[in-house]
Design a protein around this ligand. Sequence first.
Ligand code: SD4
Length: 329
Amino acid sequence: MPSRRKFLKQTLLSSAILLPGSIKKSSELMQDKSESDGRKPRIISTWNHGLDANEKAWSVLHQTGSILDAVEEGVRVTEADPASRTVGIYGFPDREGIVTLDASIMKGNGECGSVCFVRQVKHPITLARKVMEHTPHVMLAGEGARQFAIAQGMPMEDEVLHPESEEAYLEWLEEQEYRPIINIENHDTIGMVGVDADGNLAGSCTTSGLAFKMHGRVGDSPIIGAGLYVDNEAGAATATGLGETIIKVCGSFLVVELMRQGRSPQEACEEVIGRLIEKNKDGIEDMQAGFIAVNKDGEYGGYAVHPGFNYAVQDESGNTLEDARSRFT
Ligand code: SD4
């Protein structure tokens, strides 16, 4: 079965499993997200794993009243999930067999922190927050980021691949074909953006990056403006998919700038996917990328290059998985 069809089938199967009770089927949902109501507070996050992450974020928001705490705690659920092959230390390794992680966090007032190419840290999102709050810098990389984690008292994890990651890596080694494209199945970064009842925004993004990437490769997720951008004056956006395509258009920043100029979150995501396709024409049939966005009024949207991208939307009416529309069908 071609990889995209397999992915779609898997997505549909897992959607069905994840859709009990209050979680609605995407087909029941309003198609035009630009008409989405501006309900606040609201938290949205990428892919199926966004459902569990949203649930945690929502309870943290209600406990602490902090949208920043909410987006940090929410994605920590995914980082700690041994079943995740695309986020955290149980994820797929790079081509040397080493798991390296990227993460970023941002507040609506412009404060932000990120880490990239970091090893052995179970919660890179928390490390990114520590960079934001306890250093004069925005971004720490590699061994420096790891040393900072140790200095902050964060535990170091053994560098043992999860058995499923190891199996996939050994299989990959047989061909060792390095193609810097997304194969649609192996990219499921979690990006989360949220707005509280007062219109304060925050966002987080964390990933083990592209499976079997070159050692040292850093994607969009830890780059402020590419994988994540938040501005209380306009809105917040985050990205998933092939980071190289997203970096080239400063994707999340551009989504937020378009919202500042008056576009709805849905319109802004669609316009940036259009720009991304323009700038990445070669091989676009094998490249997936998607954005989600929320504005300060609580309206939201999401859009992707190809079908198969979904995102979880949490507000007072429940936690819902929605299929994003896409440029190609
Ligand atoms: C990256 N954007 O490292 C990440 C990978 C990914 O959904 O999204 N996935 O390029």
